[in-house]
Ligand binder design. Structure first.
Ligand SMILES: NC(=O)c1ccc[n+]([C@@H]2O[C@H](COP(=O)([O-])OP(=O)(O)OC[C@H]3O[C@@H](n4cnc5c(N)ncnc54)[C@H](O)[C@@H]3O)[C@@H](O)[C@H]2O)c1
Ligand SMILES: [Zn+2]
Length: 373
């Protein structure tokens, strides 16, 4: 059945792949996107498929939102400011776009609740803050501690708040408490909770998807604040060693964009028992950041060892990888793309781009402002 779908942020990395997939299955697709400079340095909607109807406008502008919602039955809300590092400096802008922008969109959706059948909102693992851990003595630990003293001495592993012993990372399930440690994470938590609570009150079936670290073609290469895999590819392609904060042993769950798109489409058609809930979208597997750097340099055929800076960037967590049980059981979703296949897809695409590696300048700014130390 063909649907009329709005994808906010549909000119971006994940949103444009989603728009492609929706068009392929026969939906009518509209995109609302403001083409922000960090995602679109040339202010051009390069990735919006020709079959989609593009509305260039700001989520915070009710007139643009109302225009974009005209005739729409399903909303996928992916638009917003992305990334932890810069959000620690751009506090107001991050909150304004992600929270006030979402509130503006919600008012437009509520006004059309007779027609709008579904809302899917892109939340993030950043809403958790650090992932789940187990203490040998105290079992599951909800909220670990990483003190400034330990970070300054290069002791990266978090501690059990009760016995101050190092804890072991375990898969993070959706029941893990949301304790974000970056402005971006706070804004994603608020965005998710706003959508779930407002939609529930107005009986608009809604699902929040907490994407883990998403990677793949069209990922912003020039933005030094997002996308660890893309950042590494950009460094390597400019002949530089990837730089890694801390000791590189932090664990992440890298999920390919095509899997994220499948999960998002599944959420748009999920059965009632899945409504008004949040779901992790990840692979359930974890990789250290050093392993990831090596995999990407192999995929690019560049033999450059990553460099560990031994620094900590405020807003960064130590480990997080997903427990994927809920998405499997209620959305019928399981990730398919292996990291090596996904890395090839990313680097094949990145090799054809001319991205400027601006990470050194960006990190210098974060250092000057005390965010990296
Ligand atoms: N990439 C990841 O690893 C990841 C992980 C977790 C969650 N997410 C979430 O997925 C969504 C998509 O992220 P992405 O990686 O594709 O990033 P992206 O930056 O490529 O896409 C975001 C899009 O939103 C647009 N946008 C920004 N501000 C806007 C505004 N005020 N009005 C309208 N449009 C605006 C941007 O121009 C951009 O095209 C975001 O909500 C992000 O928080 C991404
Ligand atoms: Zn303990």
């Amino acid at each position: 059945m063909s649907e009329r779908v709005l994808v906010t942020g549909g000119a971006g990395f994940i949103g444009s792949h989603l728009a492609d997939a929706l068009l392929t299955r026969g939906d009518e697709v509209r995109v609302l996107d403001d083409l922000v400079p960090e995602a679109h340095p040339e202010r051009k909607a390069r990735f919006v498929p020709p079959g989609a109807d593009l509305v260039v406008g700001d989520l915070r502008d009710p007139a643009a939102v109302n225009r974009a919602l005209e005739g729409v039955e399903v909303v996928h809300h992916l638009g917003g400011i992305v990334g932890n590092g810069k959000s620690m400096l751009e506090v107001r802008r991050t909150v304004d776009v992600n929270v006030v922008g979402t509130a503006t969109l919600l008012e437009g959706i509520v006004a059309r609740r007779d027609r709008i059948r579904r809302l899917v909102v892109a939340s993030s693992m950043a809403a958790y803050g650090d992932g789940a851990y187990r203490c040998a003595e105290h079992g599951a630990v909800a909220r670990v501690r990483r003190t400034d003293e330990r970070l300054a001495s290069g002791l990266w592993e978090p501690l059990c708040p009760r016995c101050e012993r190092e804890v072991e990372p375990i898969a993070t399930s959706e029941d893990h408490p949301l304790c974000p440690i970056s402005v971006y994470g706070v804004s994603k938590r608020d965005q998710e909770e706003l959508c779930l609570s407002v939609a529930r009150a107005h009986a608009i079936p809604t699902i929040a998807l907490r994407y883990l670290n998403t990677y793949g073609s069209r990922q912003t290469l020039g933005n030094p604040y997002t996308g660890v895999a893309a950042l590494m590819a950009t460094r390597l392609l400019s002949g530089r060693r990837p730089t890694i904060f801390e000791d590189g042993k932090q664990r992440r769950d890298l999920v390919h964009v095509s899997d994220v798109v499948r999960a998002t489409i599944a959420a748009g058609a999920a059965p009632e028992r899945a409504w008004y809930q949040a779901f992790n979208v990840g692979t359930g597997r974890s990789v250290t950041v050093v392993e990831l750097a090596k995999l990407i340099s192999r995929a690019l055929g560049r033999d450059l060892e990553p460099e560990m800076t031994g620094e900590h960037r405020a807003g960064d967590i130590r480990h997080c990888f997903a427990d994927v049980t809920r998405a499997r059981e209620l959305l019928g979703f399981a990730a398919r793309v292996s990291l090596s296949d996904g890395a090839s897809e990313l680097v094949d695409w990145a090799a054809g781009e001319r991205a400027l590696d601006s990470s050194e300048r960006a990190n210098a700014e974060l250092r000057a402002r005390g965010i990296i130390r």
